[in-house]
Ligand binder design. Structure first.
Ligand code: HEM
Ligand SMILES: [Cu+2]
Length: 556
């Protein structure tokens, strides 16, 4: 009798586990899809982080044989591809999916099914990329990951130079990620245009929503050519067309243009959400409205336009005409103007504010500081003569990681801590958060500050080892130890996410005393988001409710 009872319980339990899985796999709810995006990108972040760590172990000392040259090529290809497409793009669309309907007072995205489709596309894209490790050379040989670099320049990707299937896995994975991004971009723009609650005029939209709209439009116009290029590459590889085959009248530089028309704005696509998070987090913890809302909107649109016209600064060393070089230098340096406006406005928001040094705020301040420094080295490599010296050196790796890690990853961490209570209903642990922040800050600076030096001393990027006489060892050793510190900090972060989910104190709807609409629902929000559609009268709707005596709507 007892046995059957246990059995029945077991079956019930199994059914409910299946039920839960089924609910997630078939869901079209924007919050669940958002969380799946975020979960999958965290998984890929850990994988790509391990790849980075292995590369840094290999480079820590001269003449190291920890990995083979072939394996090293695969590592930087997989690391770059994973970080850009399956961490960066996924995580930003994840937060966007979760937050945008809540912030504009809507019940879901405009196209919920397209939304689910987009998630599964990119998820399977990532799985396919890693499946290349077992399936790369086909059944006849050992598996192999792609080794053509995340930029995959022609003619390296042509059949004769890339036999086997690893490059096919790469191009299919990127294609799937592209289809996903285009779907999400269309979805976000349509949602923002057509689903805002009453009173939510364009001028009252949270800046986050504005920036996501600009970012989505950029993604739409730049990911489309990239996706077209992937199809052309597949045609070259499978049916013998010659788009990128110079021998047969094609053009290798054509690939570079296609790639960088996407590749450059991509950096801004990735950083727009970082700006967006800063725009929400900095004012809340300064207890002031954001300084210069219209200027912030204008600067974001400006950055969107400028970044679309500067791609060829990645091609200064290809031998374009002097006129073209001059144009691209000038266009590149113009980005400093709207960016400067943003930094100024964030500082002005902080100025005289009652600053609360919570974990999200600490990460936001780290972001401001490091983004400023990255801007300075960016102006250096944006100047063609300087770039001729440094292109292909470790200096460039240091510069772009300053943006990718120092700015984007820092703001992503800030966003995790800030919206964690909304997403889970519990507060993340502040003590662990601060350990994470300080360790990661130290690790970041030890790694990427010192990485500039071997670059200036002439160390090229993408080399798998070097001789002791070059004098790069000390610097590389320091850089690699910084990477270890970052890894430890990341473990603390992951542990915090898990621990706080079970043990963190209950958050309540509005733990930060914030003022955007997502904080007016329960934490986590119910399936339908809002029982009654909210009506908005100012830029800080929740503030108006909490402080009727000092409501923003009087001033607008
Ligand atoms: C957080 C710690 C990180 C470390 C220690 C790290 C380390 C490295 C290393 C050692 C390389 C190879 C450089 C070379 O030999 O040329 C590399 C390349 C690269 N990393 Fe990272 N990385 C980190 C995070 C990121 C993030 C967050 C992103 C993007 C969102 C990123 C994007 C890239 C890209 C695009 C490349 C170029 C790959 C290539 O040259 O094919 N990295 N990184
Ligand atoms: Cu660029």
């Amino acid at each position: 009798m007892d046995g059957t009872l246990v059995e029945a319980e077991e079956i019930a339990l199994r059914n409910s586990a299946l039920q839960v899985l089924h609910n997630w796999v078939t869901t079209v709810d924007h919050k669940k899809i958002g969380l799946m995006y975020i979960g999958s990108s965290l998984l890929f972040l850990v994988i790509a982080g391990i790849e980075a760590l292995v590369m840094r172990i290999q480079l820590a000392i001269p003449n190291n044989t920890f990995v083979s040259p072939q394996a090293f090529n695969r590592l930087f290809t997989m690391h770059g591809t994973t970080m850009v497409f399956f961490v960066g793009m996924s995580i930003l669309f994840g937060f966007g999916n979760y937050l945008i309907p809540l912030m504009i007072g809507a019940r879901d995205m405009a196209f919920p099914r397209l939304n689910a489709f987009s998630f599964w596309c990119t998820f399977f894209g990532g799985v396919l990329l890693y499946f290349s490790y077992v399936g790369g050379n086909g059944l006849s040989g050992a598996g192999s990951a792609p080794d053509v670099g995340w930029w995959a320049y022609a003619p390296l990707t042509a059949r004769p130079f890339s036999p086997g299937h690893s490059t096919d896995y790469w191009t299919l994975a990127v294609l799937l990620s592209g289809v996903s991004s285009i779907g999400s971009a269309v979805n976000i723009v349509t949602t923002v245009v057509s689903m805002r609650c009453p009173g939510m005029t364009l001028g009252r939209m949270p800046l986050l929503v504005w920036l996501y709209t600009v970012m989505s439009m950029m993604a739409f116009v730049t990911v489309s050519p990239l996706t077209a290029a992937q199809i052309m590459l597949m045609l070259d590889r499978y049916v013998g067309s010659h788009f990128f085959d110079t021998q047969a009248g094609g053009s290798a530089v054509l690939w570079m243009h296609f790639f960088w028309i996407f590749g450059h704005p991509e950096v801004y696509i990735l950083i727009m959400p970082a700006f967006a998070f800063a725009n929400e987090i900095i004012p809340v913890f300064s207890r002031k409205a954001i300084f210069g809302y219209p200027a912030m909107v204008a600067a974001s649109v400006g950055i969107g336009f400028v970044s679309l016209s500067v791609w060829a600064h990645h091609m200064f060393t290809v031998g374009m005409s002097a006129g073209a070089n001059t144009f691209f230098v000038l266009a590149t340096l113009t980005v400093a103007i709207p960016t400067g406006i943003k930094i100024f406005n964030w500082l002005a928001t902080l100025w005289g504010g009652k600053i609360h040094f919570t974990t999200p705020m600490l990460f936001a301040i780290g972001f401001l500081f490091q983004f400023l420094l990255a801007g300075l080295t960016g102006v250096m490599v944006g100047a063609a003569p300087f770039d001729w010296q440094l292109s292909g050196s470790y200096f460039v790796v240091a510069h772009f990681h300053y943006v990718l890690v120092g700015a984007i990853l820092f703001m992503l961490f800030a966003a995790f801590y800030y919206w964690y209570p909304k997403m889970t209903g519990r507060m993340a642990n502040e003590a662990l958060g601060k350990w994470h922040f300080w360790l990661f800050l130290i690790g970041f600076h030890v790694t990427f500050d010192f990485m500039h030096i071997p670059g200036i001393l002439g160390m090229p990027r993408r080399i798998y080892t070097y001789e002791a006489e070059r004098g790069w060892m000390v610097w590389n050793l320091i850089v690699s130890s910084g990477a270890l510190i970052q890894a430890v900090a990341t473990l603390i972060f992951v542990w915090n996410l898990i621990w706080s989910y079970f043990k963190g104190p209950l958050a309540g709807p509005d733990p930060w005393d914030a003022w955007t609409l997502e904080w007016s629902t329960s934490s986590p929000p119910p399936e339908y988001n809002f029982a009654i559609t909210p009506v908005v009268e100012s830029r800080r709707p929740l503030w108006d409710l909490k402080h009727p005596e000092d409501s923003d709507s009087y001033y607008e």
